[in-house]
Design a protein around this ligand. Structure first.
Ligand code: PMV
Length: 332
C-alpha cells in the first residue's frame, strides 16, 4: 500500500450508442441490459488520491471545493470496496477535477469513478485487471464500467446476483475507427431527473419496459457487427433507434419523463437532414437536453460549422475517441 504517496489517474467520459436504461438490481448497479459506448478524447476527469492514516474518513474535493454530502458518501462507500479487498482500513484525500462543463450532459460520474477506481487500485496495490476494475467502477456508476476502456466498449448485463459477470470490455481501439463527436449544449440548467430515478420509474411504470429489455440483445448484436465491419450507416441507424427507444421508455413512464427542450428536437431534425444530404452524421441523447452528433472524421469541420451556428446551441465541444483510464503520476 502506498501511504502518503500522490497517485493521479485520468479517465474520459463515454457516450452510449446502445443505451443502458434499467437495473436488474439496484445494489451494485447491475444493468438489466447490455450497452455499447464510445470513450471520448480531450475531455477527462483527473483524480488525485493520497492515502493518509491520520484521517478518520475520506475527504473528497470536486473541482477544488469540498464535495456535497451525498458525493462524500458515494466516494467513501466506493473506496470501502478497496479497503475490504486489501484488508487495510486507511482513508484517503481525493481531489477530482473535470475539464469539461458539468452542464455538458456527460456523465462526469462515469469518468470520475473510472479514474478513482484506477487510482485506488494503485494506492492499495491490488493489481486488479481492467475487467475487475470495470466491475468495481460499475458500483460507483453503471456507465463508469465502460470508461475503464478506450475506443468502442461493450458492457455486459450479466446474470449473476453478485455482478461478477456484469463487466465491460473493449471492442475496437480508438485509432481503428476515429469517429468524431460534437456535443451541443442547449441548456445549462440542472437536469430534470437523474438516471437512477428515471430508470426506476421507467422500469416500474412503462408498459414497454419488458419489450425494451428483450430487444436489447438484437440491438447489441447488430451494433457489434456494424462496428467490426465499420458500417457507418448501420451504426447511425441502430444508435438513433436505441436512443429514441430509451426516450420512448422514459416518455411512457407514469408520470412521463421528458428530457428534451425545443432545441433538442430541432437538432434531431437538422442532423437527420444533414444525413439525408449525404453528410455522415447521426445524433444520440442521454438523460438531458444536450445532443451529441457523431460523424466520420472527414465530416468533422462541416458538422462543426452546421451545429456551432444553430439557433439555441449555447456551446459546442468537438472531440475524437479516447484511450483507457490510466495512471498519469505515481506509476511506480
Ligand atoms: O451510469 P448512469 O447511472 O449515469 O446512467 C447512464 C444512462 C445513460 O447515459 C442515459 C445511458 C448510458 O448508457 O450511458
Amino acid at each position: 500500500m502506498y501511504i502518503g504517496k500522490k497517485i493521479i489517474a485520468l479517465a474520459h467520459p463515454n457516450i452510449a450508442l446502445v443505451k443502458y436504461w434499467g437495473k436488474r438490481q439496484k445494489r451494485g448497479n447491475l444493468p438489466a441490459v447490455g450497452s455499447i459506448s464510445i470513450t471520448l478524447d480531450t475531455l477527462y476527469s483527473r483524480t488525485k488520491l493520497v492515502l493518509d492514516p491520520s484521517l478518520s474518513g475520506d475527504v473528497f474535493y470536486l473541482n477544488g471545493v469540498p464535495g456535497l454530502e451525498n458525493q462524500q458518501i458515494r466516494v467513501q462507500v466506493f473506496l470501502d470496496l478497496f479497503r475490504q479487498r486489501s484488508g487495510r482500513w486507511v482513508y484517503a484525500r481525493v481531489d477530482s477535477e473535470n475539464n469539461f462543463p458539468t452542464a455538458a450532459g456527460l456523465a462526469s460520474s462515469a469518468s470520475g469513478f473510472a479514474a478513482l477506481a484506477v487510482a485506488a487500485n494503485r494506492a492499495f496495490q491490488l493489481k486488479l485487471s481492467p475487467r475487475e476494475l470495470s466491475v468495481i467502477a460499475r458500483q460507483g456508476s453503471g456507465s463508469a464500467a465502460r470508461s475503464i476502456f478506450g475506443g468502442f466498449v461493450e458492457m455486459h448485463a450479466g446474470k449473476n446476483p453478485d455482478g461478477s459477470d456484469a463487466f465491460a470490455e473493449p471492442l475496437l481501439p480508438p485509432e481503428d475507427w476515429p469517429l468524431q463527436v460534437a456535443i451541443c449544449i442547449t441548456s445549462t440548467s440542472v437536469k430534470a431527473m437523474g438516471s437512477t430515478e428515471g430508470m426506476e420509474r421507467s422500469a416500474n411504470s412503462s408498459p414497454f419496459y419488458n419489450a425494451w429489455v428483450q430487444a436489447s440483445v438484437k440491438d447489441l448484436n447488430e451494433m457489434r457487427q456494424a462496428i467490426l465491419i465499420r458500417d457507418f450507416e448501420k451504426l447511425a441507424e441502430i444508435s438513433e433507434h436505441s436512443c429514441l427507444k430509451m426516450h420512448g421508455l422514459a416518455l411512457s413512464a407514469r408520470p412521463g419523463i421528458l428530457y428534451w427542450n425545443g432545441t433538442t428536437v430541432e437538432l434531431i431534425h437538422h442532423i437527420r437532414r444533414l444525413r439525408r444530404q449525404g453528410i455522415p452524421v447521426f445524433f444520440t441523447i442521454d438523460a438531458g437536453p444536450q445532443v451529441k452528433a457523431i460523424c466520420l472524421p472527414e465530416a468533422r469541420e462541416q458538422v462543426r460549422q452546421e451545429l456551432e451556428s444553430f439557433p439555441g446551441v449555447m456551446q459546442l465541444l468537438v472531440t475524437g475517441l479516447g484511450k483507457a483510464a490510466r495512471i498519469v503520476e505515481g506509476q511506480s
